[in-house]
Design a protein around this ligand. Structure first.
Ligand SMILES: Cc1cc2nc3c(=O)[nH]c(=O)nc-3n(C[C@H](O)[C@H](O)[C@H](O)COP(=O)(O)OP(=O)(O)OC[C@H]3O[C@@H](n4cnc5c(N)ncnc54)[C@H](O)[C@@H]3O)c2cc1C
Length: 306
């Protein structure tokens, strides 16, 4: 089922993001986490995609395992980096045959660990991938005659590669206009950034629903890693002050991080957010604690069918 179909009957959506672990053992542990979260019946779960060959196969494998053995709707991330058109087509065909309903189409992070020549990539920007998936959708390979639903990434605080925010919005609108059904945002810690982004999108004529990306901080080391990975993220003084007060107490740091994310979620729900997407870092405890405190009734709906 397309995300838009889900949103038409059940909004806001709640979703969880996982990344493929590097080893089969870690993949089994993650699979257990996913089963723990299955009881919450999120509207979808998404699986990230890296640039290395073996981790890519782990993404495909995890997506198919979730699809075939759980009640969850998995959404694979797919990136332009390190891919030729024929490879993307083969992956789309494989996902279509597995009955996957949606794809998150991304530019992708440049790999650090392998040699990378961007000139070899068939697609330069996510907009090109969105256009290609749209064309693929017309091929009739997918059992849903509309093909895949398509999501794209949004950056409330701006994407570092385009410092000119007006130009950036032009690129972003072109990507959505190319055929994106929904938007999932980069994580943020100040909801005002999200609301402002949502308003700027509306002013630009972007109507696709915007799902807010939330990452609960659960450790000081994780916090520092986020600052590195989500370059440009702003950390409000309120959050920094609270973390500073307890930084030597690992349990307290986790509680502070979860409490902060919970307050963000309450505020987003009060302000008509279309959906909340949790960056779980492959752990279920923080997400479960937040979910339990939001007062959201458990969904009963079984896995959606095409
Ligand atoms: C929800 C979410 C999930 C993610 N999952 C993954 C993942 O699984 N794997 C991964 O590798 N990365 C992932 N990322 C990171 C993402 O791929 C990188 O941040 C990437 O740099 C940007 O991706 P994009 O899809 O926005 O790319 P694009 O839309 O291609 O944008 C990238 C940059 O190019 C600029 N740009 C776009 N079009 C043009 C144009 N025509 N001319 C000039 N400049 C242009 C944009 O303004 C922007 O600065 C994720 C990010 C988010 C928010």
């Amino acid at each position: 089922m397309h995300i838009n179909d889900i949103m038409a009957t059940d909004s806001p959506t709640f979703s969880f993001e996982f990344f493929p672990p590097k080893t089969p053992e870690a993949a089994d542990a993650l699979y257990q986490t996913i089963r723990d979260l299955e009881a919450y019946m999120p509207h979808f779960v998404s699986v990230t995609y890296g640039a290395g060959g073996s981790t890519r196969e782990l993404t495909h494998g995890l997506v198919e395992r979730i699809q075939h053995t759980t009640k969850l709707d998995p959404i694979p991330h797919l990136t332009c980096v390190c891919h030729r058109e024929a490879e993307i087509e083969a992956i789309l065909t494989r996902y279509a045959q597995s009955g996957i309903g949606n794809i998150l189409a991304l530019g992708g992070d440049r790999p650090r660990e392998i040699k990378f020549d961007p000139a070899q990539d068939s697609f330069k920007h996510a907009v090109d991938l969105v256009r290609f998936i749209r064309r693929f959708n017309e091929s009739g390979v997918h059992a849903d005659r509309r093909g895949f639903g398509i999501g794209v990434a949004g950056f409330p605080e701006g994407h570092p590669a385009t410092p000119n925010r007006l130009t950036e919005m032009d690129h972003f609108k072109a990507k959505v206009d190319a055929g994106a059904d929904y938007i999932v945002t980069q994580l943020f810690f100040d909801n005002r950034d999200f609301y402002d982004f949502r308003e700027r999108c509306a002013l630009a004529g972007i109507q696709a629903p915007i799902i807010a990306g939330i990452m609960p901080i659960t450790s000081m080391s994780g916090f520092k890693r986020i600052a590195e990975l989500a370059a440009g993220s702003r950390f409000p003084a309120k959050l920094l002050r609270a973390l500073q007060r307890c930084e030597s107490d690992t349990e307290m740091v986790k509680r502070v991080g979860i409490h902060f994310a919970l307050e963000q979620c309450h505020d987003l729900l009060d302000n008509n957010v279309a959906g909340i997407h949790f960056y779980t870092l492959n752990r279920s405890d923080a997400t479960r604690m937040i979910f339990d405190s939001l007062g959201i009734p458990r969904r009963r709906q079984e896995k959606s069918s095409i």
